[in-house]
Design a protein around this ligand. Structure first.
Ligand SMILES: Nc1ncnc2c1ncn2[C@@H]1O[C@H](COP(=O)(O)OP(=O)(O)OP(=O)(O)O)[C@@H](O)[C@H]1O
Ligand SMILES: [Mg+2]
Length: 270
């Protein structure tokens, strides 16, 4: 499905991603971990073509996407939606319009100028918001929502593109543990129910272990681990994070584990 071959990105002297290779043969939920500066964001940005590779290839269903230009590149970007740590919503715009922005690629300039959306798209946007448990927030301004709710709006906007792949760059890094859990569960559900591939850069080991089928560990631009959560032992983690004997897993933990999972969703302050 997805094959990354010797992908390299250099910024002058600095090699941010160094000959990264991996193959994904079915839609999986993949966590990318590694310390700050390891190259995680650069890898995701190249997959989405926000950033051009220096050398190497990215094949999706047999087609090299690193060479796509113009409309082909934009089409790939809508098949491969990206979610960011800071949500990247339009703060003063209402939630449903933010979600409808996910259809921007296929609307005319005039329709965009007058904020005209087909009725069917509006219905779909509300359905997606409902699926994510935030339909009642639809008329509110994005800035009036909590971080966890805003990230779910960003996921809804991504889903509006009906993407084959969802790339998430530290999607829960700005959220408290409870909202982090809600967002990760939403991504997991989208992966399982829709069969979409999810690749998420994650700061914490426990999150990667808990939600992902596969974990890729990066260190200094290189992929130094690629395996299952079970194979990601403390020793392997120490190697990925380049930490010495003083390495503690707690330092990369999110306390998610300590949440009371028996509480019904409606009681969760979002
Ligand atoms: N536009 C750029 N120009 C120059 N250097 C860059 C640029 N983007 C990234 N780098 C460098 O490339 C390396 C990898 O950066 P990247 O942002 O991919 O790391 P990361 O693993 O996402 O880190 P973090 O966990 O802090 O987000 C870093 O050394 C960074 O300074
Ligand atoms: Mg990053």
């Amino acid at each position: 499905m997805l094959e990354v071959r010797c992908l390299t990105k250099a910024f002058g002297e600095k090699t941010a991603v160094d000959s990264a290779s991996f193959t994904v043969d079915r839609p999986m939920m993949i966590g990318v971990i590694g310390r700050s500066g390891a190259g995680k964001s650069t890898l995701l940005r190249m997959l989405n073509r926000l950033s051009d590779a220096t050398t190497g290839a990215i094949l999706f269903e047999g087609r090299d996407i690193t060479t796509l230009r113009g409309a082909d590149r934009r089409e790939w970007q809508s098949r491969c939606a990206m979610i960011f740590q800071q949500f990247n919503l339009v703060p003063r715009m209402d939630v449903v319009s933010n979600v409808l922005h996910g259809t921007l690629n296929r609307r005319s300039t005039l329709a965009t100028m007058f904020n005209l959306y087909p009725q069917a798209d509006i219905h779909r946007a509300i359905e997606i918001l409902d699926r994510l448990g935030i339909a009642e927030q639809a008329p509110k301004r994005a800035e009036a929502l909590s971080g966890g709710q805003q990230q779910r709006v960003a996921i809804a906007r991504a889903l509006m593109q009906d993407p084959a792949v969802i790339l998430a760059d530290e999607p829960i890094a700005s959220l408290d543990p409870m909202n982090a859990q809600i967002v990760m569960e939403a991504l997991r559900r989208i992966h399982e129910e829709d069969g979409r591939m999810v690749i998420a850069n994650l700061h914490t080991l426990d999150t990667a272990r808990r939600y992902c089928d596969r974990v890729i560990g990066m260190r200094d631009g290189r992929i130094v681990f690629d395996g299952t959560p079970q194979q990601l032992t403390t020793g392997v983690a120490r190697d990925i994070y380049g930490a010495g004997a003083g390495f503690s897993e707690a330092a990369t933990s999110t306390e998610i584990e300590t949440l009371d999972r028996t509480k019904p969703r409606s009681a969760v302050p979002a």
